[in-house]
Design a protein around this ligand. Structure first.
Ligand code: PTJ
Length: 248
């Protein structure tokens, strides 16, 4: 990894890039993952690289959904595996959900490498190498899922998801939670709950809210009041407010 001094004003952002480059070198992240991250970075600038109130509300709703799910599954792609390994493993233990390696630019070799990477970091239950079922209506490789995992899950946490598959999962009757910095993407529009935030910040917040809720604290009925489309409108309002504040 390239050495970035901690005093650099953009240390955190540059370290995320280093993690992705290391992910490519380790064979777990796709090269296209860099482009996807660049788009995410641009949106992160627009929200001031911080968690918006609308994202906090979505995270509360996501935590309730995960804790009340009968069969939750966490989908992991090459970017998530590079940027939020520890966090996805911790959340999977907290909510007793398997991780499922599910990648768009699928090669069996990369799927295996992600599975091994998660295993080495301590993940006990990782699916995705079997991929013995398909999501109806999807022609690309992200349709390939595990019958005992995403295929039969009632709630899927799918960060940095593809819009068409998100839509297809919802059509199958599943509740989909996504984490995606782009409030205009097809994924954020179609998901049940869209957390518009950076994957690292969102996962940390989700873990801490899940922990609080497991202790019996936190707003229990938030899901009933939660409207994803209204929340996305709030994201855009918050973005615009910030841009106005930044006017030179
Ligand atoms: O590992 P694979 O083969 O499954 O490929 C993964 C990527 C992400 C390359 C693939 O799924 C892809 O091309 O995704 P998209 O369609 O570019 O969508 C990625 C979305 O994630 C975009 O809307 C980005 O704004 C958003 N995004 C990128 N980086 C982050 C992010 N959202 C949150 N945190 C990030 N760090």
């Amino acid at each position: 990894m390239f050495k970035i001094p901690k005093t650099h004003p953009r240390y955190e952002s540059l370290m995320k890039r280093e993690k992705l480059v290391a992910g490519i070198e380790a064979g777990i992240t796709s090269k296209q993952g860099l482009i996807a991250h660049g788009r995410g970075e641009a949106f992160d600038y627009l929200i001031g690289e911080r968690t918006l109130n609308s994202a906090k509300r979505a995270t509360e709703a996501a935590a309730t959904l995960l804790l009340t799910a009968k069969k939750p599954v966490i989908s992991v792609n090459g970017n998530v595996a590079a940027l939020a390994t520890k966090e996805v493993i911790e959340l999977s233990e907290l909510i007793n959900a398997p991780l499922e390696v599910n990648i768009f630019y699928r090669t069996e070799e990369r799927a295996m490498k992600i599975k091994e990477h998660l295993g080495k970091q301590g993940a006990a239950n990782v699916l995705g190498d079997k991929a013995d079922a398909r999501i109806p209506g999807i022609e690309h490789a992200r349709a390939k899922v595990d019958k005992d995992g995403i295929y039969s899950a009632d709630v899927v946490l799918a960060p940095l998801e593809d819009g068409d598959r998100c839509e297809a999962l919802v059509k199958m009757g599943k509740k989909v939670i996504t984490i995606d910095l782009n409030p205009l993407s097809r994924t954020t529009r179609h998901a049940t709950v869209s957390i518009v935030d950076d994957i690292g910040r969102a996962m940390k917040n989700l873990i801490s809210i899940v922990k609080e809720k497991k202790k019996g604290k936190g707003k229990e009925n938030l899901l009933e009041d939660y409207d994803n489309k209204e929340n996305l409108k709030e994201v855009i309002k918050e973005m615009m407010k910030r841009l106005k504040e930044e006017e030179l």
